[in-house]
Each structure stands twice: as structure tokens, then as C-alpha cells.
Design a protein around this ligand. Structure first.
Ligand code: SF4
Ligand code: SF4
Length: 254
């Protein structure tokens, strides 16, 4: 028997969601539960048993989201059965298995695992499958508002998964590109955005790239870029435009 880092037990090819904190810590967020479900799916598990009807609601939210995510990629679904009481767990297990496995499934008692190995970062791997389908959903998608974005690149630099990247085409035109399959919803991009220009959408379709306009600031001489929709800043970079630093700079220059 194995146990992921957030608690669900794996027994005889069934993911058993823990009903109480004593039997397995609850996930801190639905994305963490989603990660555990994805790890199980990548390992080939297709059956889920929820015990005692007391399974943390986060698991159900994650199961709903995961079902939508699998469907949007044409991947095999996971079958869920609920056991309102422990005595009904055997029957629910039998519902999950075919006839040949029923007797074996009834024999073995539930048992907590001793160790808690790390779950693999499976969600991104699974999301990458068929991600190009037009109807593909992603667990989390960072969405930049081009009208608010100042082009500071802070979200790109802080993102641990290279979800947001700066691209440049053959003519030198720049754009922000988004690869949500690798997003783990850590929220860092939103935290560092001083312009409040970025939000995380959940269970959403991917977003297209945002074209940038680049220029050399008339005030400080720095090369900057900004979404087309945000305007050109009258030739100044956001720092010079807001703080008027360039005027002071000219005062001290010979
Ligand atoms: S939520 Fe985290 S992983 Fe996702 S885009 Fe933002 S910083 Fe990157
Ligand atoms: S979304 Fe925010 S953090 Fe990212 S480049 Fe735009 S202003 Fe900077």
C-alpha cells in the first residue's frame, strides 16, 4: 500500500480518499488534491473510493475539476464510488471492480500506510497531454490584463514553472506567451504584480499571447516594453512617467 503526501491510500488499484484527518491530512487546497488525483491517474489508477461520506469537500471539488480536465483532453475518466459506512466499503469496492477481482478486494482490510512518499508533479505532465485541443481546460491559467500591465516582467521572473515567458519573433516583435500546462497555481505572479494586472483563472482555457510594443525611454534611456493596449506612455517608461525621475536626472547632468 502506498500513500501520497496528502493522504489518499492506494489499495489494489483503488484510490481511497481518507474520511478523517487522523487517516490522512486534508489537502490544503483543491489544486493539491488535483495534483494527487493526477499522480494517481498517471500511475494508471482509474477507481476512487470515498469512505464514510465524510470525505473532505475539497476532494469532491477536485474530483469534479479533474473529471472536466480529463474530458477536455479525451483521457479516460476515473470512476467514483462512495461508501456511507465502513461496512459498505466492501460493496462499493466491488462496484469498482469486475467480477474476477471482487473476492480478492473483499478479503483485505483497510490499513493506514506508515510512510508518506512525495507525490510526483504529475498534474503538469497530464495537462500537457492533448493540451493543443481547442476545448482543453487547464487547472490554473494566469490571465494578464493588457490594459493594466506595465510590462515590468516581474511575473515572468518569479514564475517557477516558466508558465509566462517573453517571446520574440524573427522581426524582433515581442510578446508575453503563456503555457498554463506547467502552472501549479502557486499565486506568486499575482503577488508580485504591483499593477494588479494578473489573475489566476481556474479550470479555464488557455489564453493567447499578448503583443508588446518596445521603445527607448525618452527620460532615462532604458529599453522598455508594454502591451499595445496599455499605450506608449508618451515616450517615457512607467518609472519616469510616474515618478518624474528623469526631470531630476537632467538637473544633475552636466
Ligand atoms: S501561479 Fe505560479 S506557476 Fe502559475 S503562472 Fe503564476 S507564478 Fe507561475
Ligand atoms: S502582469 Fe504585472 S507583473 Fe506581469 S509584466 Fe504586467 S505589470 Fe508586470
Amino acid at each position: 500500500m502506498e500513500r501520497s503526501r496528502i493522504g489518499p491510500l492506494v489499495r489494489d488499484g483503488v484510490l481511497v480518499l481518507p474520511p478523517t484527518a487522523a487517516e490522512g491530512p486534508a489537502p490544503r487546497s483543491w489544486i493539491e488534491a488535483l495534483e494527487a488525483l493526477a499522480a494517481a491517474h498517471v500511475d494508471g489508477l482509474r477507481r476512487v473510493l470515498a469512505l464514510d461520506g465524510g470525505t473532505d469537500p475539497v476532494w469532491y471539488a477536485a474530483l469534479d475539476a479533474f473529471g472536466a480536465l480529463l474530458a477536455s483532453r479525451g483521457l479516460p475518466a476515473m470512476r467514483l464510488r462512495e461508501a456511507p459506512t465502513r461496512s459498505e466499503a466492501g460493496r462499493a469496492l466491488c462496484d469498482l471492480f469486475d467480477e474476477a477481482a471482487r473476492v480478492e478486494a473483499r478479503r483485505r482490510p483497510f490499513q493506514a500506510a506508515d510512510s508518506a512518499p512525495e507525490a510526483p508533479p504529475a498534474l503538469a505532465a497530464l495537462q500537457a497531454v492533448n493540451a493543443a485541443r481547442p476545448d482543453a481546460l487547464f487547472a490554473a491559467v494566469p490571465v494578464i490584463d493588457p490594459a493594466l500591465c506595465t510590462g515590468c516582467d516581474a511575473c515572468l521572473r518569479v514564475c517557477p514553472g516558466d508558465v509566462l515567458i517573453l517571446i520574440k519573433d524573427g522581426d524582433g516583435a515581442e510578446a508575453y506567451d503563456c503555457h498554463p500546462a506547467a502552472c501549479d497555481a502557486c499565486g506568486l505572479c499575482g503577488e508580485v504584480c504591483a499593477a494588479s494586472a494578473i489573475e489566476l483563472a481556474t479550470m479555464a482555457k488557455g489564453v493567447g499571447s499578448i503583443g508588446l510594443r518596445s521603445w527607448v525611454c525618452d527620460g532615462c534611456g532604458a529599453r522598455v516594453h508594454m502591451p499595445e493596449a496599455a499605450g506608449h506612455g508618451h515616450g517615457l517608461c512607467p518609472v519616469c512617467r510616474q515618478g518624474g525621475h528623469h526631470k531630476k536626472l537632467f538637473q544633475v547632468l552636466p
